[in-house]
Ligand binder design. Structure first.
Ligand code: NI
Length: 135
């Protein structure tokens, strides 16, 4: 089995909060990530596809195709956007990195034309990352 990774970066704004709580209650729960005036992160996304090598092409998946699938379905919807208000696949979901990574997995899982989606890794900072696998 070969594992092919495509890395993308994007910048996005969000606010982590529960709508039914006051700003003070959200601050106690989520700290500065609950800032009512939003804040942003420079995210790094790694999408891993696992598969066998196609004898004819020598590829597991054509990386240009994978890049285009990620761009159209994810990057165009998140880069320089507000995840709470602008990203269709994040509507009604608390935009924690766990939930963003899971939502990205859900969007991409059935769109990989060769091999299988193996993992989605989302780096929120240099020190924190979140990984979803189809297990
Ligand atoms: Ni944040």
């Amino acid at each position: 089995m070969i594992y092919v990774t495509r890395r993308e970066v994007f910048s996005a704004a969000h606010r982590i909060f529960i709508p039914g709580l006051t700003d003070e209650e959200n601050f106690i729960r989520y700290g500065k990530c609950s800032n009512p005036n939003w804040h942003g992160h420079n995210y790094t996304l790694e999408v891993v596809v696992a598969g066998e090598i196609d004898k004819e092409t020598g590829y597991v998946i054509d990386l240009n195709i994978l890049k285009e699938i990620i761009k159209t379905n994810i990057i165009d919807k998140v880069d320089h956007k507000n995840l709470n208000t602008e990203t269709d696949f994040m509507q009604g979901i608390i935009p924690s990195s766990e939930n963003i990574a899971q939502a990205i997995w859900n969007v991409l899982a059935d769109k990989i034309p060769a091999g299988k989606l193996y993992s989605v890794k989302l780096f929120e900072t240099e020190n924190n990352y979140f990984e979803v696998r189809g297990e």
